[in-house]
Design a protein around this ligand. Sequence first.
Ligand code: SAH
Ligand code: DHB
Ligand code: MG
Length: 221
Amino acid sequence: MADELFSEVDEYVVAALHGDDAVLESALAASRKAGLPEIQVSPTQGKLLHLIARAIAARRILELGTLGGYSAIWLGRALPEEGRMITLEVSSAHAEVAAANLDRAGLSSRVEIRLGDALDSLAALAKEGAEPFDLVFIDADKPPAADYLAATLPLCHPGSLIVIDNVVRRGEVLDPASQDPNVIGVRRLFEALAHESRLEATALQTVGLKGHDGFVLALVA
Ligand code: SAH
Ligand code: DHB
Ligand code: MG
């Protein structure tokens, strides 16, 4: 089955190129123990985010959807000493697990978890005149994805990169008649991207431990 092959290749890549990582392993173990859903990015996706952040020398990173902090650890580690990351999470249970995981990763001084609905937190960031973010990773709930994009744009600067997870959903994105709120949300997102003149975007399909999905990459003009 294709999914098994995808997983085996991911495992090969991780064994060949990632090395052991006790901090990430313990973060996953703590998240599992706390009963969090195992929907974090895969190791190769996490490292891709990390490499992107370093390649663009991101000093300020914004994340929507913290879960147990797995992607936040990958991204937070890409920051220079004086860099800062803010990650938004609606579930206090998830945020609590993430706070402990980020602390164990030595990142609590660089990564701030903000509890609440992402749209409220984004509005608060705009209101407090937050310094613009270099990199945004949108990975919260999917139905309001287009609203997240709209609320994120004022927090960006020309050259900011926006990465959005779960935009392919095993090809379900192709179905214009889908009743799945996640698919409807992602299709609205593509429409918003197409009509937003400040953004130049594409989507990259991914296969691996999380099956067939994909990321949007959007550059702010
Ligand atoms: N980025 C994480 C995975 C995030 S899973 C990783 O890869 O490690 C999606 C997260 O978004 C969940 O923790 C969920 O509680 C959170 N979420 C769902 N709706 C939200 C909302 N309206 N505002 C903020 N976070 C939300
Ligand atoms: C699922 C996967 C994700 O990456 C996510 O952000 C939310 C849900 C899932 O597989 O259900
Ligand atoms: Mg995701």
